[in-house]
Design a protein around this ligand. Sequence first.
Ligand SMILES: [Zn+2]
Length: 96
Amino acid sequence: MVCGKQRYKCKECGYNFVVGDERTNENIQALKALVVMIYSLGKGSYNMFGKFFKRDRSLIYRWIKETGLSFYDPSIDGDICEIKFDEMWHFLQSKK
Ligand SMILES: [Zn+2]
């Protein structure tokens, strides 16, 4: 027992461990989801989130990277052979 938690030792490699991942909790998971959501809207940087939520910017970067890697690659249905861009002319005409 260390710090009130039962530790186990692997008989093959001698690795000490506790059951379950104790490094995270619901508050951290909620904060991670919030950071990823705001970042995906393009409303902040790693450094800004780090300062705002009092976390290291490398942690913010890791959260966003891990979340991005957990998604599947986008795919387009094979039946689609042409995509029309509505309102594109409007944007192009207004640009000086
Ligand atoms: Zn082992």
